[in-house]
Write a protein that binds this ligand. Structure first.
Ligand code: GLC
Ligand code: CA
Length: 575
């Protein structure tokens, strides 16, 4: 079924690092407002804002202290309403990040909850007595914080509370019907204001396993020295989660024309279908971690295998997402491409790959400029919890500090969180003050102003791709079939929709290849042109003139070539 959110390109804004309007070094809502022309010029349909709620900012806003207010660093509720209006009046939409798994320990619910065992808010969180003088189970927190346990002891009542993330982010108890009511009401409040949907943080983790058993796995280094196991499967996809999401759908989502995308670690395509199949009425689509957040670098063949499995979700009437970076991943050009010699070519190839795969496309701020990973010299320059927490535990467990830092650099979430690079002026034009996180020193070369006029411009390439999506429904709705599944370097596939047929050819690597015969033959066939002798080695002449000649719609190299595929070359043909 056609839906506006299936056709959409979503632009993710990490407000804190996007644009600072008042010189305090922190991006803010007025900053976004100032850049709306730029955002609109990309052609994107939806803006997704990372959390901007009132928060002590332990995990860059994912620790919410008040769901119904804007953090003063970012502005006021009035600023937000003004932004929402401005976004709508430009024909775009806006979705919020919704964090339901935990709150900040400074949320008043938790302040009440910890007062006494019979406080009415006690059961909003997950409290347990210790076991043999130790934590209730062996779970480790995902941020490697402290000695590593997912439990924090609280003197006042002599019990522990669960925190899968930071100790300042207690997990909520979704078995509590009053919590559910409060959350539904809160979400409706945003939707009634006109918000167009939610990105649901860690949504498949809301329901915990019955009895909170130990993880059966061995302790996880480096917190293993204290006996804790960082096992993200323990709270993922537990019985009851589908009933809960269906209930949220009935009580909230289905009452509005919105989109809901879930962040779901530990979910593969076979599990995902139960979250996103249309008739199940839970959520619309999920972000899986198999490519962008895979700690092991996926190669071309794995990429293809993963896409084949996920396309199956579409065939079963579910919907999927396409993204290679977000606020939790490295920069995609550094991770999957080449951020040196072939920065333009590989950034453009990766973009083309995403935009021509089935699913809703997500672009993370700066990706459209080909922004790269950062290489900070010292742990002091890093900010985010995961990198810092893991670094300290590693060093404490005996790892050499330099080795520890080097091992964390590639995947550090700070890579993508450095300020947006607007121009080559001081602090990349992000702020007139001192930015909260250091600017990537390559801003003098890589920035939006430069990209506007550069001969090879990642930015212009994104604009082309995004505008093509408006003109060609095949990009959202076309069927998808790979050819040469086992080719270790090239990613080649056909899309088809209402009599139209596209062939996409991408070189995932920096070498030069000959166009394989199977692809050459398809180009020779054109739009079912009568078969001639042609095909194979001597590529036929059809491209030059014949009526049925395949049309090269987009390519990241200027001069047309057919038989060789250059480093990171990517082409779209209409057959
Ligand atoms: C999600 C967010 C991440 C955050 C975590 C805890 O994974 O994307 O940034 O740290 O949830 O809320
Ligand atoms: Ca500011």
């Amino acid at each position: 079924m056609k839906k506006w959110w299936k056709e959409a390109v979503v632009y993710q804004i990490y407000t804190k690092s996007f644009c600072d309007s008042n010189g305090d070094g922190i991006g803010d809502l007025r900053g976004i407002m100032e850049k709306l022309d730029y955002i609109q010029s990309l052609g994107v349909d939806v803006l997704w804002l990372n959390p901007i709620y009132r928060s002590p900012d332990v995990d860059n806003g994912y620790d919410i202290a008040d769901y119904q207010d804007i953090d003063p660093r970012y502005g006021t509720l009035e600023d937000f309403k003004a932004l929402l209006d401005a976004v709508h009046s430009r024909g775009m939409r806006l979705i919020m990040d919704m964090v339901l798994n935990h709150t900040s320990d400074e949320h008043w619910w938790f302040q009440e909850s910890k007062k006494s065992k019979d406080n009415p808010y006690r059961d909003y969180y997950i409290w347990r007595p210790g076991k043999d003088g130790k934590e209730p189970n062996n779970w480790g927190n995902y941020f490697y914080e402290g000695r590593g346990s997912a439990w924090e002891y609280d003197e006042a009542t002599g019990e522990y509370y669960l925190h899968n993330y930071s100790r300042k982010m207690p997990d909520l108890n979704w078995d509590n019907p009053r919590l559910k009511d409060d959350m539904c009401q809160m979400m409706r409040w945003w939707l009634d204001m006109g918000v167009d949907g939610f990105r649901m943080d860690a949504i498949n983790r809301l329901v915990k396993p019955k009895g909170l058993p130990d993880s059966p796995n061995p302790p996880t280094p480096p917190v293993g020295i204290y006996g804790y196991v960082v096992d993200r499967t323990m709270c993922a996809n537990r019985p009851g989660i589908h009933e809960l999401l269906h209930e949220l759908n009935e009580r909230v989502f289905s009452r509005y024309d919105i989109m809901v995308v879930g962040e779901t670690g530990n979910v593969d395509a076979a599990i995902a279908i139960d979250y996103v199949k249309e008739e199940r009425r839970e959520i619309d689509m999920v972000f899986h971690f198999e490519i962008a957040k895979n700690p092991v670098l996926v190669n071309a063949q794995q990429f293809k295998e993963i896409q084949r499995r996920w396309y199956h979700v579409v065939e079963q009437h579910g919907w999927i997402t396409q993204y290679l970076s977000n606020h939790d991943t490295p920069r995609q050009v550094s991770r999957f491409g080449n951020d040196g010699e072939y920065r333009y070519e590989s950034a453009a190839m990766l973009a083309l790959l995403m935009h021509t795969h089935p699913g809703t496309v997500y672009v993370y701020q700066g990706e459209e400029l080909g922004m790269t990973n950062v290489d900070f010299p010292s742990i002091e320059d890093y900010n985010e919890k995961y990198t810092v927490g893991k670094y300290h535990t590693m060093v404490e467990s005996g790892v050499d500090p330099k080795e520890a830092l080097d091992s964390l650099k590639m995947m550090s979430r700070d890579n993508v969180r450095t300020p947006m690079q607007w121009n080559d002026r001081d602090q990349a034009g992000f702020t007139t003050g001192k930015p909260w996180l250091r600017v990537n020193p390559n801003y003098t070369r890589i920035n939006a102003a430069e990209e506007e006029t550069a001969e090879k411009s990642v930015l212009r390439f994104y604009r082309q791709l995004i505008s093509m999506r408006k003109a060609h429904p095949i990009m959202a709705y076309g069927t998808y079939r790979q050819i040469l599944e086992d080719d270790p370097e090239l990613i080649i596939y056909l899309r088809e929709w209402e009599g139209e047929r596209w062939l996409v050819v991408c070189n995932f690597y920096g070498n030069t290849r000959r166009l394989p015969e199977e692809a050459a033959a398809l180009l020779a066939d054109g739009a079912n042109a009568p078969q001639t002798e042609a095909g194979g080695k001597n590529a036929p002449q059809t491209e030059a003139g014949g009526e049925n000649a395949p049309e090269l719609l987009l390519c990241n190299y200027e001069t047309g070539e057919r038989e060789t595929i250059r480093p990171y070359e990517a082409r779209i043909y209409r057959l």
